[in-house]
Write a protein that binds this ligand. Sequence first.
Ligand code: ADP
Length: 339
Amino acid sequence: MKIFESARLRLTLWYTLVIMVVSITFSLGIYSIQTYELTRFEAIQRERIENRIYDSAPQRARNPLVLDEGLVTEAKQRIIHRLGLINGILMIVATGFGYFLSGKTLRPIERVLKDQENFISDASHELRTPLTAMRTSLEVFLRGKKKTLSSATALIKGSLDEVIRLQSLSDSLLDLSTGSLDRQSFQELELKEVIDSALTSLAPLAKKRRIKIALRGKSVYVRGSHSHLRQLFVILIDNAIKYSPVAKGKVSITLSQKGRSVTVTVKDNGKGIDQDDLPHVFDRFYRADSSRSRGGSGGYGLGLAIAKKIMDDHNGEISVNSLPGKGSTFQVTFRKHQA
Ligand code: ADP
């Protein structure tokens, strides 16, 4: 990314500048101390030698001693030379080190930016496809000669379905793009009650697909957001219903508590998930079977990404086990804090 590279160079420049300002300040200090000491040493030595030589000589025969000034100047130049060399080496090392450090500092920011870029491009793609399809069918209808009430009704029905799907897509995008939940607003919740409320809204779908749902386990409590945990169970149970065979599907939900950790499993006997797809199902826009999912019934591959975000916000974990053809088991675990 160009912006990342230029930010890295600028940061390197700043690192080097700071190190060089410190180093040059120190060098100037060292130089002035050294030259002061040198001049003092030269004056003392001169005085001592003069005293020794002229001690016995008569006053008028005394001439001021001429010491080799060149030696002092040369010593000063050698100090300047050495300090210059040290500063030069330091500048090269500081630039290399600064470049390495700025890369390390900026990498997480680059990753977030890249992630966001991908998210926006995936989202735009998902929005564009149904919008283009809808636009085309509306234009074809308007250009057509034979417009009947039934063809207009069919067109409106089709468009309405797309609008409903687009609305759910925009809701999901909003859920994913909002920041973390405020834990201050969390309440003590009875999980069975939260799951029951999710089941109520899914009852029509379960009835339509003739799927049996069983909820087992004792009553367990966790701290959390009621609406978000309800959404989490709607996603998991909705998937379990969606990906199970009509009339033969069985979904069982189990609650349990071990020590301070509360676990809920949602198990189905549906189509299962391929081992290759398993590590990716919590990624945004990931659909294990894209050809089928892009059709009418499937979602946008955002449900499990939202479920994972909700569990992250609750300081919990979500995982999945699955056998293709046998079914899948999703497990969510909450860690209860010490009271
Ligand atoms: P979608 O809206 O497509 O269902 P999700 O994020 O909820 O998106 O799920 C991602 C993918 O994981 C789905 O496309 C599906 O292939 C697979 N998946 C999720 N839950 C199940 C399940 N219970 N059984 C089989 N496959 C599932």
